[in-house]
Design a binder for this molecule. Structure first.
Ligand code: GLC
Length: 521
């Protein structure tokens, strides 16, 4: 299981209101206790923070707000001492506009680094070179008066895109990966990997016929020519070859594409990512039919030997507890941790943290600020981790960079650790069962039953007891009936404490209840 830490919001050790690396070190025992096997850290590199660290001005250093390189080395060592892995975020598509590379590139058309970024002349009519739009609003082209050309930025103008068609850029970026690999990191989560290469002819993107006014303006066009170009796989395989030369390392690509296209990012013969993130559940309606179909579809499209993975939240999305409601957080936990494949858990989801309404004048996320009437701010899911009932939820001694949820006295780690019925205890229990049962780790997935209330599936690994998972997505009781004669022990229920419960056909399932059943052969 991978646990995503957004360093700004995890734990502030030095009283500046922003989380830091020492703060993370202080919580490693908690993460180990929970059953985390691998950490993924969102960016902690030097950054002007226009996009909170996804705008990097030095790929091989630590921003002082998060600590020092010694702190990082210490963190890596402490993670490894606990037998966990550490993945870092790698943001190759764009740097900060304050990166010395871009400063050089911008300084003149003749600068040797000019071609490290994507510069184009204006269109014949004086307008932008083409119609491409930036993810965070407006045109993706920024005019530079001094050199009288536009540069391309798929996100903020403070995040110019690097030119991955330039071999010098590839060399420099692979060197940055090497820097962290030499330190001993276990892998990378690669930011917007499907954006790396753009159409060589810079053709206009077509209009999106399904655009709705509440969508980000970016969605007015289909990014056919600005993303997911066939040549991207060549540069990804260069990254992969580098990783492979270090032995057992992992590369997970951030890719938001339809599943058919996503699968191309699996690099099973060593020419791509180990896994492209599977974000399907983030957009699937929360009901057994829709979820069951999404799982089946994903399973059926996976390439042979492609290892699945599942995501229910991250720093760009709404919190799962807010999406599905408090009564369903246990079902979400069970689904995430019992489907076949590697789950990624977003910090705070294990205690059921919800989206926090941030007043307009406190909004920090540029996506929210740039498109104020569209409700696109990602701040609600980035609020400080709630550790205990002290002021600011024990996150910091001072008012944090983003407000803490008002519910922190109830919803916090300390309180939930001592409550066996808490969502945190449920996560821990599921993880501990998962870790000791081969069928739940590597077993096949098979749908057993889908009704308007229930999604039930089997996980089976030869030579080991099979597991039946029953999830009630509704807030009324339900009945599990099967034509096969099934019998076993209920190992866990999300709704009741069970010392021992025998399971057989014709089982009554409580409202919102999820069950893990170990079947008898
Ligand atoms: C990715 C990150 C997001 C960031 C964007 C630009 O989607 O997850 O937080 O804003 O890339 O780097």
């Amino acid at each position: 299981m991978i646990y995503q830490i957004y360093p700004r919001s995890f734990r502030d050790s030095n009283g500046d209101g922003v989380g830091d690396l020492l703060g993370i070190i202080g919580q490693l025992d908690y993460l180990k206790w929970l059953g985390v096997e691998c950490l993924w850290l969102s960016p902690f590199y030097p950054s002007p923070m226009a996009d909170f660290g996804y705008d990097i001005s030095n790929y091989c250093a630590v921003d002082p707000i998060f600590g020092t390189m010694e702190d990082f080395d210490h963190l890596l060592q402490e993670v490894h001492t606990r037998n966990m892995k550490l993945m870092v975020d790698f943001v190759p598509n764009h740097s900060s506009s304050e990166h010395p590379w871009f400063q050089a590139s911008k300084s003149s058309k003749a600068d040797p680094k000019r071609d490290w970024y994507i510069w184009r002349d204006p269109a014949p009519d004086g307008g932008t070179p083409n119609n491409w739009l930036a993810m965070f609003g407006g045109s993706a082209w920024e005019w530079d008066e001094q050199s009288r050309q536009h540069y391309y930025h798929g996100f903020l103008s403070e995040q110019p895109d690097l030119n991955w068609r330039n071999p010098e850029v590839i060399t420099a970026m692979l060197d940055a990966m090497r820097f962290w690999l030499d330190k001993g990191v276990d892998g990378f989560r690669v930011d917007v990997i499907w954006h790396l290469i753009k159409d060589a002819m810079f053709r206009d993107n077509p209009v999106n016929p399904d655009y709705q006014p509440d969508m980000a303006t970016y969605n007015q066009l289909l990014p056919v020519f600005s993303t997911d170009q066939p040549e991207v796989h060549e540069v990804i395989s260069q990254m992969r070859r580098l990783l492979d030369s270090y032995g057992e390392k992992v590369m997970i690509g951030e890719v938001y594409l339809p599943l058919e296209k996503l699968m191309r990012y699996y690099g099973l013969s060593g020419d791509g990512a180990h896994m492209p993130f599977n974000f399907k559940l983030l957009e699937t309606r929360w009901d057994p039919n829709a979820i069951g179909a999404a799982v089946e579809n994903y399973e059926s499209l996976l390439p042979k030997d492609g290892w699945p993975n599942w995501v229910l939240g991250n720093h760009d999305q709404r919190r799962i507890a807010s999406r599905v409601g408090k009564s369903q957080v246990g079902i979400a936990a069970l689904l995430l941790l019992t489907l076949r494949g590697t789950p990624t858990l977003y910090y705070g989801d294990e205690i059921g943290m919800e989206d926090v309404q941030i007043p307009k004048d406190e909004i920090r996320d540029p996506q929210g600020i740039n498109m104020p009437d569209k409700n696109l701010s990602r701040d609600p899911a980035r609020t400080p981790m709630q550790w205990d009932n002290r002021p600011f939820g024990g996150f910091s001694e001072v008012a944090p960079w983003l407000r803490v949820s008002a519910d922190y006295e109830e919803v916090n780690v300390r309180k939930q650790m001592s409550n066996h019925e808490s969502i945190l205890s449920l996560y821990k229990q599921i993880l501990s069962i998962r870790q000791s049962e081969p069928s739940l780790q590597i077993g096949n997935y098979r749908t057993v039953l889908i009704t308007s209330q229930l999604l039930c599936y089997m996980r089976e690994e030869q030579g080991n007891p099979a597991f039946l998972i029953i999830l009630n997505f509704s807030n009324t009781d339900a009945r599990f009936e099967s034509r096969d004669s099934l019998a076993g022990d209920v190992l866990l229920s999300s709704q009741r404490q069970l010392d021992f419960a025998f399971f057989s056909n014709g089982f009554s399932v409580l409202a919102n209840e999820g069950l893990i059943i170990k079947l008898k052969k």
